[in-house]
Design a protein around this ligand. Structure first.
Ligand SMILES: [Fe+2]
Length: 201
């Protein structure tokens, strides 16, 4: 298949959202967002129950996150919805596997192939606990909708809500618990293996 207009729309929505952020923590990710690469691959479209939270998320969106969420709702069925873990891994609770997923737009495995940046949208249903884990790439979450309580390094109970930027340094233990509504984030990774499997415990 050749690249479609919808793919480019997703790419631009994801790149522009990151580049428009004013928070200094996002600055160091911007060079990679600007010069992400130039390759595109056709990816398999997949479905996950977590994607169904997007309608509710859009209804609760704040003005600065609405446009990005609208783009993901519009193209929901053409995206590759993924999970990093499986039941066999035994590292995250079944309740998380039942209600989480992400759609990557920029990254090592496409659809827009980048060796320097990973970007997409992650969805976590209500009352999910994402256990403490770590990875070498540094990570940014920008909260699009909802709230979660984070543990990052030695700091606990840090509540993050729509518009907040969360920065996880390389190899810093982190995890979070969502509250009683779906929690949707824009995420960025850079440095190291952009598909590194997180370590737990
Ligand atoms: Fe992480």
């Amino acid at each position: 298949m050749t690249i479609q207009l919808e793919d480019l729309e997703l790419l631009e929505a994801v790149r522009c959202f990151g580049l428009e952020q004013q928070d200094p923590l996002v600055e160091k990710f911007k060079p990679s967002l600007r010069d992400w690469g130039d390759d595109w691959i056709d990816v398999e479209r997949t479905r996950l129950p977590a994607a169904d939270f997007l309608d509710d998320a859009l209804a609760r969106a704040v003005p600065q996150t609405k446009s990005l969420l609208e783009t993901f709702v519009r193209h929901r069925s053409r995206l590759r919805w993924e999970q990093s873990y499986s039941k066999e891994d035994g590292v995250v609770p079944d309740t998380m596997l039942a209600a989480y997923g992400f759609a990557e737009i920029l990254g090592k495995q496409g659809p827009f192939v980048s060796a320097s940046i990973r970007a997409g949208v992650g969805i976590y249903g209500p009352n999910i606990e994402y256990p403490i884990h770590r990875h070498h790439p540094e990570e940014i979450y920008i909260v699009l909708v909802g709230a979660a309580d984070f543990m990052i390094g030695s700091a606990e109970g840090i509540r993050k809500t729509a518009g907040d930027v969360v920065f996880m340094k390389s190899n810093t233990p982190h995890g979070f618990r969502t509250r009683d509504e779906a929690f949707v984030v824009y995420y960025l990774w850079q440095g190291g293996d952009l598909r590194e499997t997180s370590s737990f415990g």
